[in-house]
Design a protein around this ligand. Structure first.
Ligand code: GUN
Length: 293
């Protein structure tokens, strides 16, 4: 069994990006700039935005954060998006989700210029990805594809089962794994809360991607011997064995499933570190105008 070390792959990609930023500076080009809009004081969102800023710094990108109180009006937020859309210094914009209930998430996302939507959430990017046109792909599916590619995992003709059908993970993952390109060319099955015989379907998977949002949902009996297992879940649970009193676990029972899998991603240190580098990769593409010219 081989552990797919997301932390190590992510560090390697960051080195590559930092090298490219140095070359851009040598050529007298502007360094990539990522901006985040953060509304309210949700601690998880604060953490995400801070780690994005730290990652930008590590690779030499500029980054900035626009902060708004939780009672900001939708109009004011849309105005900020318009302002950033027009700023030629800023290559990529993400609006940290979730937004407060009085704000229409879709309206805000659709206000971001597709050219700056490095989260890949705008319907234009989602649509382009769906029909195989160049697009920004959202961080988690992009990171998983990168991980699969860099680990030399064959996907062509393989049975890929995806647990979960969310717009930001399961759905795009199913399109990417089924596309006529490699990695891709897999035979894809998507399972969700209404799926019958889920364990039977998952145990036929050569590649099992789990994004179901339930702690340790996947047990060894649901996995085929030699399968590749990608765990997207992350849950903080109480623990008597750690100083903090908590530990992180995934959607997969790592101890038992790792005994059957040929490759498996750990939690933490698997998919997680790949998501931020995906955002950096998209921001680099945005600054080079690789997607929209
Ligand atoms: N909230 C949790 N994950 C994400 C993400 O990848 N992008 C944005 N914009 N918000 C998030």
């Amino acid at each position: 069994m081989k552990i797919i070390d997301g932390k190590q792959i992510a560090a390697k990609i960051k080195e590559e990006i930092a090298g490219e930023v140095k070359r851009m500076i040598d050529r007298g080009e502007k360094v990539p700039h990522l901006t985040a809009i953060l509304v309210g004081e949700d601690p998880a969102s604060e953490t995400y935005v801070n780690s994005k800023a730290r990652a930008c710094k590590q690779v030499g990108f500029d980054s900035s954060t626009y902060r708004f109180p939780a009672d900001v009006s939708e109009a004011e937020l849309l105005e900020a998006v318009t302002f950033i859309n027009k700023d030629p210094e800023i290559d990529g914009l993400i609006v940290q989700l979730p937004l407060p209930d009085h704000i229409d998430n879709q309206k805000v996302i659709q206000h971001i210029l597709p050219e700056k939507d490095v989260d890949g959430f705008h319907p234009v990017n989602v649509g382009r990805m769906t029909i195989g046109l160049p697009s920004y792909v959202s961080a988690t599916p992009h990171g998983i594809m990168e991980m699969i590619m860099r680990s030399g995992i064959e996907t062509r003709g393989k049975n890929c089962v995806i647990l979960g059908r969310s717009n930001i993970v399961g759905k795009p993952m199913s399109l990417l794994m089924a596309r006529n390109e490699e990695p891709g060319n897999a035979t894809v099955t998507v399972c969700h809360s209404k799926t019958q015989n889920l364990a039977e379907i998952s145990s036929r998977a050569d590649i099992l991607i789990v994004a179901i949002g339930r702690p340790e949902f996947v047990t060894a009996d649901m996995v085929k011997e030699g399968a590749v297992v990608i765990d997207v879940g992350i849950h903080r649970v109480p623990s008597a064995d750690t100083k903090s009193g908590f530990r992180l676990i995934g959607d997969v029972c790592f101890d038992e499933v790792s005994k059957k899998a040929s490759h498996i991603t750990p939690v933490p240190g698997g998919v997680g570190p790949m998501t931020i580098v995906s955002l950096l990769m998209n921001t680099l593409k945005a600054s080079k105008k690789e997607i929209y010219g």
